[in-house]
Design a protein. Sequence first.
Length: 280
Amino acid sequence: MTISPPSFAFVSDLARRETAMLYDPGKEYLVEARLLPLAREAGCADVDGYVARLRTDPVEQAKALDALTINETSWFRDNAPYQAFTEVMLPAMVAARSHVRHLSIWSAACSSGQEAYSLAMLLDQHLPAGWTAQILATDVSTTMLARVDAGRYSQVEMNRGLPATSLVKYFSRAGSEWEISEDLKRMVRTQQLNLSAPFPLLPTFDIVFLRNVLIYFDLETKRDILRRMRQVVAPDGFLLLGSSETTLDLEDDWNREAHGRTQLHRPATTTLQPIALTGA
Ligand SMILES: C[S@@+](CC[C@H](N)C(=O)[O-])C[C@H]1O[C@@H](n2cnc3c(N)ncnc32)[C@H](O)[C@@H]1O
């Protein structure tokens, strides 16, 4: 039994309205696969029956939206951005923040936390002695945030990009899973945050990883998020997008600097127009 067109239209409208995620026609199979376990759990005969319930049940809507998120991630994903982090961003920020000896980093759309913890490992290895760092890990999915807090990963997840030396150094066995060290957990703080809604009060960040999430949004949402990002990235800070994402043609407020295959985005400095003095 496949999801009916009206049910699909309701779910894709809901996703777009609440999280800006696009589920265009052709994604019926995906929506059905994600909602079927929830339909079974709720005792509904099929996904259409479950969508009928969704129409009037906000608690179930939140569960469905969470289940619809695409959480693909891995340790040190694409490698090059993490190399740029160690070789360019970190040295630049350490030079610029010597008066406070603290760095503030945001992993926006963190999924199950591999991005935030990969950064935490690099900070542990490369931050000068006496410095501290805080990584804010946010996502719209509370299920994902609970996973970040738990810091536990299956063997299959561990096999995706984690160097053996880091496994030995930062993880211990927890039953059939691996759990990240308390030291790294302390560096990472989680918060639910919907990128498509106005940001809550946030600190200024030295480095923001906003990777592999803009791809799910339409052009206007991407523009809006990049515009708001401009307010929270420090004037001398860095923004990193996914390898298939760019600010090109979206926002003029960012300068792009290439480091190997990685594009680093930095807030464009505002040029103040000279004030014309009129004669007294
Ligand atoms: C493909 S994962 C990317 C994870 C990580 N940044 C990486 O590059 O490996 C996309 C994440 O974006 C989150 N997401 C989707 N829509 C969102 C929104 N409106 N606000 C915040 N996070 C969102 C999903 O829950 C998911 O965990």
